[in-house]
Design a protein around this ligand. Structure first.
Ligand code: BV8
Length: 222
């Protein structure tokens, strides 16, 4: 089983989604800030954008939807893969262990000089040195627009093999994640969407249920 999650699963934890905040995160347009060009032009602005989201993340916790997926993993083990577009760590803090962050992780820093990745809690904005090579080339370990998502081979393999594809809390606007349902449909795999509103891909799903994730996901899992 492959479960794809988006910002909507973390909304009830208190993290604003891209859509609900009228396309703004912490007052920034992600399309203008979550890009390599923005980082090259104004690294301090981009660091501030992620520092603010990292400190917001430290103030919230996982919700009943994250916990339900952790229970599902207890039951299914390796037969479940959670692919998340989210860069928060709420799935892991709810107990999920098999989580693939296709867009990276907010609490990880990536050294572009030595390619090392380090867990990071504090602000990166003050340009700390890389613990491995000492250079000041640490950037947020997130996949920006125009960059290649992580784990695509593993995701495609899981989509090829799965018996059920479930999408939770995503607007279906960002690719390649938004195309996963079409891939599953092409394989003849049953598809289910759990979302507050209709998404851009709703018509592709065999079944689409409307409501908040903290109600829909436990009801579906249990
Ligand atoms: C790539 C990390 C090549 C950073 C993010 C033209 C056409 C098609 C594609 C493109 C195009 N032009 C450019 C592209 C490609 C581009 C793209 O898709 N652009 C879009 C805008 C058109 N994609 C890329 O650049 C990707 N890379 O394509 O490389 C490639 C492709 C394949 C293989 C190899 C190489 C990289 C994209 C990654 C960008 N990084 N995040 C950061 O977080 O700062 S994207 C970011 O925005 C999120 O990660 C997430 O993916 C996206 C927001 O989407 P959602 O998670 O869905 O959140 P949203 O707010 O939109 O929706 C929330 C949903 O939840 C709503 O539906 C709402 O109803 C629901 N909801 C709300 N509350 C609740 C709820 N549901 C349940 N309960 C609730 N309580």
């Amino acid at each position: 089983m492959v479960v794809l999650t988006g910002a909507g699963i973390s909304a009830e934890s208190g993290l604003p989604t891209f859509r609900d905040a009228d396309g703004l995160w912490e007052g920034h347009d992600p399309m203008q800030v979550a890009t390599p060009e923005a980082y090259a032009t104004d690294p301090a602005l981009v660091h501030r954008f992620y520092d603010e989201r990292r400190s917001a993340l430290a103030r919230v916790g996982p919700n009943a939807a994250h916990s339900a997926l952790a229970r599902l993993e207890e039951a299914l083990g390796d037969d479940l893969l959670v692919v998340t577009q989210n860069i928060d760590d709420l799935h892991e803090r709810a107990g999920s262990r098999r989580v693939l962050h296709m867009h990276g992780r907010l609490r990880s820093a990536w050294c572009t000089a030595c390619d090392a990745r380090h867990d990071w809690i504090g602000p990166l904005g003050h340009h700390p040195a890389c613990p491995d090579c000492g250079t000041r080339e640490l950037r947020p370990d997130v996949v920006w627009f125009g960059e290649v998502p992580h784990g695509m081979d593993r995701i495609e393999e899981a989509l090829w093999d799965c018996d059920l594809f479930v999408s939770i809390g995503t607007s279906g606007l960002v690719y390649p994640a938004a195309a996963f349902v079409q891939y599953a449909v092409a394989r003849g795999t049953p598809t289910l969407e759990l979302n507050l509103d209709a998404s851009d891909g709703t018509s592709d799903f065999d079944e689409s249920r409307r409501g908040p994730a903290t109600r829909l996901v436990p009801a579906w899992v249990d």
